[in-house]
Design a protein around this ligand. Structure first.
Ligand code: NAD
Length: 312
């Protein structure tokens, strides 16, 4: 018995579940709330559970004794209480790589939006404000040219490196901070630095490390105070990397010139999320991963993971 908890996230109707269906009796649900009791009810007596964003907590794991395998339909697997799953001997798989290019592309889309405000300009033109649109002081932040500026990438793994490649085409110099360094990746335009140096010298900071105990809240009042005035921050990684209240204050004071986040600490976003009313903040609903091409790869890799588990 196989249950997909939040299938709509992976398949808004344009892909088929046939690859997963081959392995058993499949039920695909569209959970959008994360009430653990409802999650438990949805899991029922299923042995195989797939989740994208629905948390599988210690409580859920302790009350659903039939679960034999959890497939996370994503790269980041922080939605599962991994320690409890380990204690219970339940294997958990994630799907790396499937969306590397899509997330890098989206990161640049967010950066370009902060530099050019395409959405705002379009809205103004649609409302008949052609002239006002060209009064550049109308916007909180001016148009910005990227060439020659410095982008600091925190978490120089697959997505961080792919983002660097694309960013270099815009003439950005890349600084990288990673837990470990791979010096083969260094070049004239890409240099490993200590975190403080990256914070102090970057015009743009883009987050690409996983959410873990060591990265939780790493963008906070203290790290923000080290950054250049007017820095732009992009987060396509996980919302928990940022202390949202601290970022809001830095945005409102002008210390941070703009922020663009695809992820927030609690998703779906709550009405009282401090970033919702912060100055110069763009928020998208965790969609960087989601072009059809990526989702199709994700579906295939999730099926391959399950096949590998069943083969032992
Ligand atoms: P990856 O594992 O290839 O790269 C992560 C890098 O972060 C690694 O090089 C690792 O060494 C580094 N790292 C880990 N902890 C660190 C720390 N404390 N300090 C500095 N560096 C640290 O993963 P990836 O494929 O590049 O994905 C990165 C993250 O992007 C994922 O964990 C996920 O949260 C997020 N993601 C988001 C979306 C989206 O739709 N927004 C889609 C896919 C992935």
């Amino acid at each position: 018995k196989i249950v997909v908890l939040d299938g709509y996230t992976l398949n808004p109707g344009d892909l088929s579940w046939d690859k997963i269906k081959e392995f058993g009796e499949l039920k695909v649900h569209d959970r959008t709330d994360f009430n653990p009791i409802e999650v438990l009810r949805t899991i029922g007596n299923a042995e195989i559970v797939f989740t994208n964003k629905t948390p599988i907590t210690k409580y859920v794991l302790s009350k659903a004794p039939n679960i034999k395998y959890i497939g996370v339909l994503a790269t980041g697997y922080n939605v599962v209480d991994i320690n409890t799953a380990k204690e219970l001997g339940i294997p958990v798989t994630n799907v790396p790589v499937y969306s590397t290019k899509a997330v890098a592309q989206f990161t640049m889309a967010l950066l370009l939006e902060m530099c050019h405000h395409v959405g705002n300009h379009n809205n103004a033109v649609q409302k008949g404000d052609w002239t006002k649109c060209k009064d550049f002081s109308f916007w909180n932040t001016p148009l910005i040219e990227l060439s020659g500026k410095t982008m600091g990438i925190i978490g120089f793994g697959r997505i961080g490196q792919e983002t660097a490649k694309v960013a270099q085409a815009f003439g950005l110099n890349i600084l990288a901070y990673n837990r470990s360094t791979n010096l083969e990746l260094e070049s004239e335009t890409c240099k490993y630095v200590a975190l403080d140096e990256l914070l102090q010298t970057s015009d743009i900071i883009s987050l690409h490390c996983p959410l873990s105990e060591s990265t939780q809240g790493m963008i906070n009042q203290e790290s923000l105070s080290k950054m250049k005035d007017g820095v732009m921050i992009i987060n396509t990684s996980r919302g928990g990397l940022i202390v949202e209240n601290d970022l809001k204050e830095a945005l409102n004071s002008g210390k941070v010139g703009g922020a663009a986040v695809d992820v927030v600490s609690i998703e779906p976003i709550k009405a009282d999320n401090p970033l919702l009313n912060a100055k110069n903040c763009i928020i998208t609903p965790h969609i960087a991963w989601a072009p059809k091409e990526s989702r199709s790869r994700l579906m295939q890799m999730a099926a391959d993971n399950l096949a590998a588990y069943l083969k032992g």
